[in-house]
Design a protein around this ligand. Structure first.
Ligand code: 16G
Length: 233
């Protein structure tokens, strides 16, 4: 479920990206309540999310202002495709390309700490935002985590994992620049050989159980990663 305050936060993010510069004032609390038809509490909650992200800052007695674009105070947050797109103000959807049970390829078995050729579920999906193809996902899950037949891929995989008691809590990621194959270019609706970002993710639960090996390929013209980095004290 998407909370009202998340929708308000997403819409403010969008208007910042579209029409505001650093240190411009946001609409007042009262105006935001009227624009979105929500309570003062909801507006405050949305603003506090954006403050935490470093996108806006409050000046006591004067209002809320747009932060400098280069200061994102937050360490990156682990998200699913669904959460990621909603936070960018877009509506996510998917097209399932493949759902099979296979013997884990060596790289997958070793990343997930499984015995060679253990059974895994392989999922390939085209992911879209506002009906535009954004990413191709190839995901492998041990069948012991979720049986292949029980998956409903029209909705969020991470939400189903959470309900099954395997909330994805942490992930190791490797990001690589690639150029797209003819097939992948076609699926992503870009010219053959276009640039893409390939992100390999190995996800684990809070207890450290390995849950997922995933390779997500994002169109470079439609997707950027933002990362806050700090020097160790
Ligand atoms: C993202 C994840 C992928 C995960 C999927 C779940 C990255 C690099 N990859 O694509 O590992 O399987 O989200 O999305 O973030 P869902 O919960 O919306 O189905």
């Amino acid at each position: 479920m998407v909370h009202k305050y998340e929708q308000v936060a997403a819409s403010i993010r969008e208007s910042i990206a579209r029409s505001l510069s650093p240190h411009d004032a946001l609409a007042s609390e009262r105006e935001l309540m009227a624009i979105h038809g929500v309570s003062r509490m909801t507006v405050r909650k949305a603003i506090s999310v954006l403050v935490e992200e470093g996108r806006v800052y409050n000046v006591h007695g004067s209002g809320t202002f747009v932060g400098s674009a280069d200061i994102f105070s937050k360490t990156p947050k682990l998200t699913s495709f669904t959460e990621d797109m909603i936070s960018r103000g877009s509506t996510p959807s998917s097209r399932v390309l493949e759902l099979t049970r296979i013997a884990a390829p060596d790289q997958v078995a070793s990343a997930l700490g499984l015995a060679p050729s253990s059974e895994v579920t392989k999922i390939r999906r085209l992911r879209l935002a506002d009906d535009t193809p954004i990413a191709l996902e190839e995901v492998y899950l041990p069948t012991t985590v979720l049986p292949t037949e029980s998956l409903n891929l029209g909705s969020s995989l991470y939400e189903q994992l959470r309900v099954a008691g395997y909330e994805v809590f942490r992930a190791e990621q490797e990001i690589m620049a690639i150029s797209l194959s003819a097939d992948d270019s076609h699926l992503l609706d870009v010219a053959e050989g276009s640039a893409a970002l390939s992100v390999t993710r190995v996800s684990s639960s809070r207890r450290g159980q390995l849950i997922e090996f995933a390779r997500t390929t994002y169109r470079a013209d439609r997707y950027t990663f933002q990362l806050a980095v700090t020097r160790d004290d």
